[in-house]
Design a protein around this ligand. Sequence first.
Ligand code: AHM
Ligand code: MG
Length: 350
Amino acid sequence: MAIVTAQRLVTIERHIAEQEHLHPHATGEFSRLLRDLMLAFRLIAREVSRAGLNDILGLTGTTNVYGEAVRKLDAYAHEVIVRAMEHGGHLCAMASEESDGLIALPPTRPRGKYILLFDPLDGSTNIDVNVTIGTIFSIYRRRDPALTTDATLEDVLRPGCEQVAAGYVCYGSSVTLVYSTGNGVDVFTYDPTLGEFFLTIEKLRIPRRGTHYSINEGNAKRWAPELQDYIDYLKTPSHDQHRPYSLRYVGSAVADVHRVLHYGGIFMYPADRANPSGKLRLMFEVNPLAFVTEQAGGRASNGCCRILDIRPESLRQRVPVFLGSPEDVAEAEAFLQGRHILQRLRTPEA
Ligand code: AHM
Ligand code: MG
């Protein structure tokens, strides 16, 4: 039986080293940052896989900056990433979905040129019931790498197209790390017996079109009519048998996006009457997922514009999301912008 599906047997360590050699002027700082992050992911994966045996299920009794109840695993994952990253000397700023503003770095450590943003545990409501959850991360290089001071909020609030790396870890039936440094998307699978991530898919490509849609349809009555039309269209059988689409919704963005990246289709968290900017956070969730999606050949939009071009105004900013196969997302945009009549003429109903 093949050990991995990729042709070469490559650990994440070796992959990081190989990538570093592609950049003759690399100082190794970025590689060290990635290695520190991998350690945090291993620690989180260990606690996730033992959840129920350890005292990690349930609530902490506190709320985060969004007013959401914090679960013990949210707090643990946040703490592990901060501890793994704060002493490395690679960062000049760090921020987490679970804390307010920038996280103070130890005064005694040098400042590096990178900025790290993360959602330590995405899909919190699924933690206690053994459903797939994730960690999302986003890395920027500070504009003036010669500076040795802390980065300011202004340095951090940059459009997603300026990310130098982004990705996520999916804690599901296996633990998978998916990330991009702007040169395609590579997928690694964790072997817990060896404590190693192995490269399992090199240069993942999303299908141009899929047959699945992913959205919290419980909110349908609050959607704009254009979105209701689009979802109706996906559910209406077509002559070419491409529709109806099937619905898949986990409620962990990492899991839903992971499926879409492999099988194609569209993931949505739209605006609705109760959430005029949607639910997902631009800096911690949406930009990194959009970066990975584009790097895999997909499209990521807020319904009218490219997500990665949005100029953020605050760390907590939320944004509507439509991401996935390029043809599916373009079609969703056409509906949302009232250009769908033409689309319908092209694919008549059965
Ligand atoms: P979290 O980071 O607090 O877990 O919240 C984000 C999650 C996403 O993973 C998911 O797409 C969404 O919230 C699900 O929300 P809903 O329950 O409204 O469908
Ligand atoms: Mg989240």
